[in-house]
Design a protein around this ligand. Structure first.
Ligand SMILES: C[S@@+](CC[C@H](N)C(=O)[O-])C[C@H]1O[C@@H](n2cnc3c(N)ncnc32)[C@H](O)[C@@H]1O
Length: 236
C-alpha cells in the first residue's frame, strides 16, 4: 500500500503525543463541559445498535494486523478498544481529560496494552508525525471541531499514502428534526457544546476537497442525519 516510508514500520514505541494538546480555539473552551458529560456518556446505551454494528463491520473490514490507527474524539474509548485487537497499535485522542481517564480505566480492565489515550483535540494533533497512521477513525466528531476543512486537511496529512479515513458524522441539517433550535436551547441550558449543523453533501465534498479519493457514502441506517463515509488517501 505504501509508496513512501510508512509509520507502520516505525517501532511501536515511537514517541506519542504529549498530553494537553488541546489548542486554544472554540472547541477547547468546552473541554470542561465534556468532562462533566463523561460519566453519563460512558453509561449511555448506543442509540442505534444495528447501525453501530454495520459501522464496526465496515471499519473492521478495512483493518490489517500491521496497521497503526488514530481514533479522533475517542470519548471513553469504546471504538479504540474494540479495534485494538485487529491492528498493531492505536492512538486515541480526546479533548476531555475525564473521557481519557475513563478510557484508560476501561483499557486496564480489559487488559488491552496496544492503545494509548491522549488528552488532545482535533485542533492540537501537530505532535504526531506526518504520514504516521494507516487508518484514521473519526466517529461523531467532525460536527464538533472548530473548522471541518482544517481538520480534514490535518487528518489527511497524518495519514500514510494509501491510508483509510473512516468517519461517522452527524449531519443535523438533514431530515425533519429541528436540531438547530434544539441545540440552541441545550446550549442555553449549558448542556451542549457548539455544533456545526452539516449537510451530507457538504461533508462528502469537503472530504474530497481535502484530497481523499474513493469517497464512499456507506449505507448504515435510514436516518439521513447519520453519514458514514470511507475514503482513501491516494497512494501517490
Ligand atoms: C459525541 S462524542 C463521540 C465519542 C466517540 N467517538 C463515539 O462515537 O462514541 C464526542 C467526543 O469528542 C470529544 N471532543 C469534542 N470536541 C473535540 C475536539 N475538538 N477534538 C477532540 N475531541 C473532541 C468529546 O470530549 C467527546 O468525547
Amino acid at each position: 500500500m505504501h509508496t513512501t516510508p510508512s509509520p507502520s514500520t516505525a517501532p511501536v514505541s515511537s514517541p506519542p503525543a504529549s498530553d494537553d494538546q488541546i489548542g486554544t480555539g472554540r472547541a477547547a473552551k468546552y473541554a470542561g463541559l465534556w468532562d462533566r458529560l463523561a460519566e453519563g456518556y460512558s453509561a449511555k446505551p448506543i442509540a442505534d445498535p444495528a447501525a453501530y454494528e454495520r459501522k464496526l463491520a465496515i471499519t473492521k473490514a478495512r483493518l490489517r494486523p500491521n496497521d497503526v490507527l488514530l481514533d479522533v474524539g475517542c470519548g471513553t474509548g469504546s471504538l479504540a478498544l474494540e479495534l485494538a485487537p485487529l491492528v498493531a497499535r492505536v492512538d486515541a485522542v480526546d479533548l476531555s481529560k475525564e473521557m481519557v481517564r475513563i478510557a484508560n480505566g476501561k483499557a486496564a480492565a480489559a487488559g488491552v496494552d496496544n492503545v494509548t489515550f491522549h488528552h488532545a483535540s482535533a485542533e492540537g494533533l501537530s505532535v504526531f508525525g506526518q504520514g504516521r497512521f494507516d487508518v484514521i477513525t473519526a466517529y461523531n466528531i467532525l460536527h464538533l471541531v472548530d473548522d471541518v476543512d482544517a481538520t480534514l486537511a490535518k487528518l489527511y496529512g497524518l495519514l500514510a499514502a494509501g491510508g483509510t479515513f473512516i468517519a461517522s458524522t452527524p449531519c443535523l441539517r438533514e431530515g425533519w428534526v429541528p436540531y438547530g433550535p434544539i441545540i440552541t436551547v441545550m446550549r442555553w441550558l449549558g448542556k451542549a457544546p457548539p455544533v456545526t449543523t452539516l449537510r451530507r453533501a457538504e461533508v462528502l465534498a469537503a472530504i474530497g476537497d481535502a484530497g481523499f479519493v474513493d469517497v464512499r457514502d456507506e449505507p448504515v441506517t435510514d436516518n439521513r442525519a447519520v453519514l458514514f463515509s470511507v475514503a482513501r488517501k491516494p497512494t501517490k
